[in-house]
Design a protein around this ligand. Sequence first.
Ligand SMILES: [Ca+2]
Length: 585
Amino acid sequence: MIFLTIILQNKANFRKSQMDVKLNISRDYEKKSKWTLGENKPNQTQFQSPANAPKQQEEKNRSRRLLIDRMKSLYKRGDDQYHIQHISRCSSTVEHSFRKAGVEGSNPSIGFMNLQDKYNSLLQILKELGGVVVAYSGGVDSTFLLKAAVDTLGAENVLACISVGPVEPEGQFERALKVAKSIGANLKAIEADELSDPNFTANKADRCFHCKSHLCRILLHIAEEQGFKHVVFGTNYDDLDENLRRHDARYPTADQLRSVTWQGRSGTWGKPANSIIGVGKDSEASESIIALLDEPDSRPIYFGVWGGSCDLAQALWKIKETRSVSEVEQLLAKVRVYLITLQDGTGQWLLDTFPKLFVISSRNTYKGMFGSADLTWVNTNIRNDHGILGAVYPTIAMGTKPGVKEGDSPSFLYLVSAVRGLNDPEQPNQPSWGGQFVRVDPARNHWTDHPSGGKTVRRWSEYFDNDFAARMDWCVKSYEEANHPPVVVLGHEADLKVRSGAMVKLSAQGTSDPDGDELEYRWWQYREAGSYDGTIEIRDAGKQDASFTVPGDAGKGKTVHIICEVTDTGTPQLTRYQRVVVEIE
Ligand SMILES: [Ca+2]
């Protein structure tokens, strides 16, 4: 199954002035491993009017300039592009540094800010810390952090510690020393002696994790000895993706993610549509959406809108204003929207303006995941001992109780469970990890909450929680130490044609588990998907081979959908599905 997914974020996190739209486009999930840098990125200037283009370009680059200038003082090689790439890498670094430093209250929620905001927040956080030990390697992440710390706190309040020894690349120390000197930072070389740690010398996939933990303990000791209250690190997704690919080759590199990420507009949350879309309101994100829709590819494009939909609305507004009626119809037919509530005026505008547009509007359903309070589960499975991404997972957000927040994730889980073999995302009435929806007005292609609301998400929590926990294990564990999902294979075609009254044999012969785990089978009727209204009694529903008899009242043309659900016995237990569609002849 192939999807193109766009996630729009525009959340009122902590400070309205920092609100922003983050556009994250994951193209063709099943083929991620074939991505190359920039391959999927459309020509963003293709649809800009000539008069507008230079202004927009300038606006887009403005927030980058300040960081670029600072980096230029450190790196003399390469051109602006070099700096831009590495500075955007630094921005995620910075967030991790905040969290490592244990800064609460002034949570910057980096993902929702532009680069200027991020940089300002970094300086503010460093100010609050007062004095820091910087874990310094001479690489771009830690160098950027060191420079910001020295600029903000003064050299006397910053101590850069660099690890020297047999595991560090040759010549790294000399280069790092030179750069630290140019910044004016105090530098202390430490012998971390990683080779004394058996977890490191075991040389498994998690060696980097143990190496960093070992270093962290030493730095905390130095900080205490020398009167510094905090130790800060500069690291990001780049440190994990290699290990993730040991578990699933489809994980993209950080550069691949960047190549399909665009900047949206800020400060639109809660505002009426007419003030945030229209002439002069184009963004890098809205132009990219138009370019994607213009690609000669008829497959649907899913927009998971996690906040305000202003960039999507701007794109559709512009298409409506500038294209022929038939072209508008053709482009809109590709669009699938999943809105998490109406967070600015463009949500209602989309519904009012485009009755035929495929829109799922979750008003309550998302609460099946939002703010579930189990901090112990989060600490055990996500935050502690699960690497740098786990360490930055917040304990609380947006006024909910401590625990998992994830109020927007159902818009994505809707597609995840489809990839797992459960629902057809073209049919929002089918139960999915992202909930279940009803179409109220047959004249409109708009779907909203099922009467059971949040329960239609919550019923799957064990499945998606375990999936989440397994992915976090993959950040730090070797293949042998982690669990991987079963591969469900049917012993027959997925589409069967039978006569009324006939016995249907179901088989999952061929199903396997990559870890060799024992498997549990569960066959069940997926009633919402089939056109036969009655109940099907499945014999041996807990075995690999099952069967049922088609009821006599199941007339010609009716369909019965059966799910084969397979769960392994690894830790955490993982589940995958396969659907069988039986048509009555
Ligand atoms: Ca397994």
